[in-house]
Design a protein around this ligand. Structure first.
Ligand SMILES: *Cc1c(COP(=O)(O)O)cnc(C)c1O
Length: 353
């Protein structure tokens, strides 16, 4: 058996641990700790009742209609043909990479950032151009520079694992300077103060991606969407699987974006927990980065993050230990429920005390 050399050489993306027992406190993959809107369950129930024997509407039209209505209150240009739906936003990142990147091309993204960008580039046999963030979490001019073979750039904004954000004016400047499309991955934007939603209408090269996994508590459903100018969406749609979103996820995601009351309440709860967690971690001596997402990136001056991760794990608390070659390491902690965060803080106090 001989797979392509670039596939044989790659390690493959390793997602955060997903223990199925349910006894541990899971603060490692930025899931929302609260159950989704009850309207999602009702909508899924209706789909199951009418039967699943037919293929779904291939473009998730119901979702796009409703999403366009909602998004156009923030950005008036957006109509359903500006939206492409996917089986999670990872599916959209895959579609975009397949559409723009060939073997030998270059894909640029910041360091440290979402590790899936490395994997997607490697699958295409492309070269990764990782540009390190400055110490203050801005990006050097090098990020927007031209380079031969550069075909695509990714920017998670807010970024993971740092939780930091670049303002939309800066992202637009980067997009304008770059010779290739820029994907603005807004997986965490619902926890931030601003978004880049208006950029695709100002620059054809900007593709914004979003997910229902984090802020809508639907990581298990698998639904995300991309926003770009219609002629861009038209090209990307050729690359997707014909039925990349199933009937259950389309119904669930549509019901979820419709329940604004659930969303507003969940959002303010998570933001309050994040604020409290950040202050308490600093109180314990952690160096933390101010976060615009539902997690906090931190390091303790006296305790290596790998050890902290192991000791927390032994106590039944999972956080994400990240080590980036040629950059550094740290731990990323998801803002869970208040109870979960209290357990974490108690455990950290006894580990450090
Ligand atoms: C979680 C995450 C995603 C993927 O979300 P799915 O919609 O669940 O595939 C994309 N980008 C970043 C930066 C993420 O953290």
């Amino acid at each position: 058996m001989q797979v392509k050399p670039n596939i044989a050489a790659m390690r493959g993306y390793v997602p955060g641990e997903q223990p199925q027992s349910g006894t541990c406190i899971k603060l490692n993959t930025n899931e929302n700790p609260y159950p989704c809107s009850p309207k999602v369950k009702a909508a899924i129930g209706r789909v199951c009742q009418t039967g699943l024997q037919k293929y779904p509407e291939p473009t998730a039209k119901d979702f796009r209609l409703r999403a366009a209505e909602l998004l156009s209150s923030e950005c008036p240009n957006i109509t359903p043909d500006w939206i492409l739906c996917g089986n999670g936003s990872d599916d959209l990142l895959t579609i975009i990479t397949r559409a723009f990147v060939d073997a030998g091309d270059t894909v640029r993204f910041p360091l440290p950032s979402y590790v899936l960008y490395d994997t997607l580039a490697e699958i295409q046999g492309a070269v990764c151009d990782r540009v390190a963030f400055n110490a203050d979490w801005t990006l050097p001019l090098e990020f927007s520079s031209d380079r031969e073979g550069l075909k695509l750039a990714f920017l998670a904004n807010p970024n993971s694992p740092s939780g930091t954000i670049l303002p939309p004016v800066e992202v637009l400047r980067i997009a304008t300077a770059l010779p290739c499309p820029l994907v603005v991955d807004e997986a965490y934007v619902d926890f931030a103060d601003e978004s880049c939603l208006s950029l695709p209408s100002q620059n054809e090269n900007v593709i914004v991606t979003r997910t229902m996994s984090k802020s809508y508590s639907l990581a298990g459903l698998r639904f995300g969407y991309a926003i770009a100018q219609p002629q861009v969406i038209e090209q990307l749609a050729k690359v997707k699987d014909s039925y990349n979103c199933d009937a259950i996820s389309i119904a669930g995601a549509t019901a979820a974006i419709d329940d604004r009351a659930w969303f507003d309440e969940m959002r303010s709860t998570i933001l309050a927990t994040r604020k409290r967690m950040l202050a308490a971690l600093r109180e314990l001596g952690f160096e933390c980065v101010d976060s615009q997402a539902n997690f906090v990136w931190c390091n303790h001056p006296e305790k290596p993050p790998g050890e902290l991760y192991e000791q927390l794990k032994a106590a039944g608390i999972l956080v994400r230990y990240m080590k980036y070659p040629d950059w550094g390491e740290g731990i990323r902690i998801t803002a869970g429920t208040d109870e979960q965060v209290d357990s974490l803080l108690n455990q950290l106090e006894s580990i450090l005390g």
